[in-house]
Design a protein around this ligand. Sequence first.
Ligand SMILES: CC(=O)SCCNC(=O)CCNC(=O)[C@H](O)C(C)(C)COP(=O)(O)OP(=O)(O)OC[C@H]1O[C@@H](n2cnc3c(N)ncnc32)[C@H](O)[C@@H]1OP(=O)(O)O
Ligand SMILES: O=C(O)/C=C/CC(=O)O
Length: 244
Amino acid sequence: MAEQWSGFSYIVTNLARFIRPDEITFSGVNSTMPMLACLLAKRAYEWDFVYINVAGGVNPRPSHIPISSSDPVLAEHTASIFSNEDFYDLCTRGRMDLTFLGAAQIDGAGCANNSCIGDWHEPKVRLPGGGGGAVMLPTARRACTWRTEHSRRTFVQKLDFMTSWGGFHGVVTPIAVFVKRDGKLALQSWHPESSLSEVRERTGFEFDATGATPSEPPTAAEARALRELDADGQFERDAAVALR
Ligand SMILES: CC(=O)SCCNC(=O)CCNC(=O)[C@H](O)C(C)(C)COP(=O)(O)OP(=O)(O)OC[C@H]1O[C@@H](n2cnc3c(N)ncnc32)[C@H](O)[C@@H]1OP(=O)(O)O
Ligand SMILES: O=C(O)/C=C/CC(=O)O
């Protein structure tokens, strides 16, 4: 059980749990974990949804699981080919139900920075990922993010730069799942090997934890689907997610 509920498995499975039946769900560039979450949901759940991806695929049936979340194999046997403009149009026209987007820093309202660390004019690091974050996060009906590092430099009181306003609906890390409640991120659940106090300790903003419990372990179908998707364990090794 512990092996199946590694930090990597925890993130991918909990991202999949944000996907809803019949909805349109998007995963983009540099998004291996959301790609795996969408493919897991297709295999593990008894209902269907529309999975679209930045390779242009719409409910594709890829012949293998690629390392890159923008690999053309993700458009194999696709129902249609979507262009980049189509993803943005779906969002701005209110048709995108769920999109997965990255973030380097997240504040208590779920707003995100994926532009720079430090001062904008003299940054320590410039980050990629501002295009989707700036447009898709505020316009999709829901957006979720993931971070392999749960730390006070990631979960901050004040962002170094606000790339995306509007706020994530869901946030998943190796030790916690947050959801948006009354305009703020609230703790929904924590990794069974972690604790509420550890999540508080490693989070730089105050949050409501009313009703939060340890996360439900993976179902047999979820665990089986992820084993199939990562048969040789390469994704898990590449992700190198630590609980501590
Ligand atoms: C149409 C579409 O496809 S829309 C787009 C969909 N895709 C996305 O939204 C993905 C967008 N991009 C991402 O998610 C990126 O991974 C980002 C922007 C979140 C982070 O970029 P990465 O290059 O992965 O940064 P990474 O996390 O490796 O950090 C690089 C360095 O930046 C600095 N850094 C990153 N985050 C922080 C932080 N919160 N605080 C301080 N320093 C930080 C550190 O120096 C770090 O190096 P270190 O970990 O060795 O200390
Ligand atoms: O914002 C990003 O990370 C990527 C966007 C891809 C694009 O719009 O070309």
